[in-house]
Design a protein around this ligand. Sequence first.
Ligand code: PGA
Length: 251
Amino acid sequence: MIPLIIANWKANPVTLSDARKLASDVEVSLGGIRGCEVVIAPPYPFLVDVGKVLARAALGAQDVFWDAGPCTGEVSADSLKSMGVRYTLIGHSERRIYAGETDEMVNRKVNAALSRKITPVLCIGERDRVDGEISQVVGNQLEAAMRGVPRGSAAKVVIAYEPVWAISTMPNAKPDTPDNAFRVMIYIRRLLSDLYGRKLAEKIRVIYGGSVKEANARAFLREGKMGGLLVGGASLSAQSFASVIREAVRR
Ligand code: PGA
């Protein structure tokens, strides 16, 4: 499977014109790069305009709500679909922390996205690292989020392992090691295989996020055997994002 590289712009840039400019710069810099799938996830209000600019890259959202109707301030999967959204992050740690998202909410969102044929990118990861241990949090978040996801849809979910302490904006952040990401990926696959059987579990993409940059992108894919990358800070300049992607596809 070719790597999936997702740009999570978070609440950046702050103006529509800058968002349009970044999207078109990204498109230009992707010209000629083959061998990976690219997704750009801008802030909600810029989805439509960024979507118009994207050609090589697919449009992603940073969140989704499980219902339409009386849910003030939320955006439904149907609305996202109608804007051309093909992927959505779900359960990003910043939403769990700042918006109080629970495992149960994350689970409803995963099922809502799947029912509208939007690919859920389920973000899981522990807040603190205990040396040499794989946190139980990762397993608990995974199992809770996959509740009710039938066998027929499970392979469509993308799991993003993103240790919270490794996110570039956290105090003392540093990227995980490809080696450790690999061990966690194996653990995630083992849990998925308990839920869905080995064959199906192997089809589920597990990607890594947390201080990904040009210098470490390749190692997470090659040594860490991750199926892709979730990129925050380094996706905010077309140049640095393209460097990450070039590293990811380099033979
Ligand atoms: P970072 O963010 O690449 O800036 O660490 C990743 C994320 O939070 O998705």
